[in-house]
Design a protein around this ligand. Sequence first.
Ligand code: G3P
Ligand code: MG
Length: 230
Amino acid sequence: MRKFTVIAHRGVSGYAPENTLAAFRKALDLKVDAVECDVQLCRSREVLVFHDRRLKRITGQNGILRRKKLAELRKLDAGNGEVIPTLKEVLDLLDARCAVNIELKGRKMALPVASILRNSIRTGSWKLEDFFVSAFRFRELRRFHEIMPEIPIALLFAKKPRGMKRKIRLLKPFAANLSAEHIRPEWVKRVHKGGLKVYVWTVDNAPEAARLRAMGVDGFFSNYPDKLIK
Ligand code: G3P
Ligand code: MG
């Protein structure tokens, strides 16, 4: 697996519209070691890079992404005239120049995402070790691991990391990603005891990063990765 400490959250979403090609281009400009993107399936079954279930916050339009076809979604403005990109477009742009954390949002993502990753590895510059996959939904993550066990897994927790022993046994994850808002020193210790690294989301300034470093965390998701990469 590649080495990284700072992961650009939703691309570099502090300086460009989140999860758009502009945000991933910015990540390349800043020479980040890793980016995170959120993926979901639309009605015509393409895997799109988009965070919310609803379109409103990002595009200003009503509706739910998974109920719309790609052609309809492509007409929407995802910020500064950017369109909602497909996962394939993002991977083609990045072209293995940084590691990629794919966060599965929604259900039934495991198979289509695995097929895109396999294809990028077969036909592009990508290697297995360039990717890692995470999801709040443990079932989806487990399903992905069953389909493509060679891709590293990071557990993802909104609050307390629960069921660690079972989850470690089933998925052999390399990391647990914890929320900066809720993190506690004893959780970091427990995750480390299980042999996993701890990455924290989302950390946007150096003093906060220093506070978390003192707690022993291994790395950060950041909307402003340049403020943390020193
Ligand atoms: O994967 C870390 C972080 O992205 C999880 O939260 O809501 O930003 O996808 P969210
Ligand atoms: Mg995410």
